[in-house]
Design a protein around this ligand. Structure first.
Ligand SMILES: [Zn+2]
Length: 151
């Protein structure tokens, strides 16, 4: 998923099939000597009973069936905008960026949960810039979530 190419796709396909993560890539040529394109490849596939998929198919499948983030760290932080929050760091396995979730109370999938998705704004969130209200919005959301969370 870091590089979406035929080489990586062949390894992904073998791995998804439960095989050794390796592959051989070859080009199928049309009768005129040019590289065969999808319509000709589909015909070839049908004629020879060979399965066929595209790199886009593999990417779509992996995005649908796999998670590309993992929980990297967890702690409790006392805050001045709503008391204690559980802070969970999630690392993206593809770009290695870290994202933070602040969680209040226990999440019950059967009960609607108040959520704020906050985009990072260093100047507003950290330095209290007056050019935007990002920090104020974040603090207000933390206070609202604290008020909503069961005691
Ligand atoms: Zn901002």
């Amino acid at each position: 998923m870091v590089r979406v190419g035929q080489t990586e796709g062949s390894v992904d396909l073998a791995r998804l099939a439960g095989l050794r993560p390796a592959g051989v890539i070859c080009e199928i040529m049309d009768d005129d000597g040019t590289m065969a394109r999808m319509p000709a490849l589909e015909k070839f596939s049908t004629e020879h009973g060979i399965g066929i998929c595209t790199i886009a198919d593999l990417v779509e499948y992996r995005v649908r069936t796999e998670s590309f983030v993992h929980r990297a760290a967890e702690t409790v932080i006392p805050t001045s905008h709503g008391g204690d929050f559980k802070m969970i760091a999630f690392e993206n396995d593809i770009d290695k960026l870290t994202h933070i979730a602040l969680v209040k109370g226990d999440i019950d999938p059967e009960v609607p949960t108040m959520v704020r998705v906050h985009s990072e704004c260093m100047t507003g969130d950290i330095f209290g810039s007056m050019r935007c209200d990002c920090g104020d919005q974040l603090h207000k959301a933390m206070e609202m979530i604290n008020a909503e969370a069961p005691a």
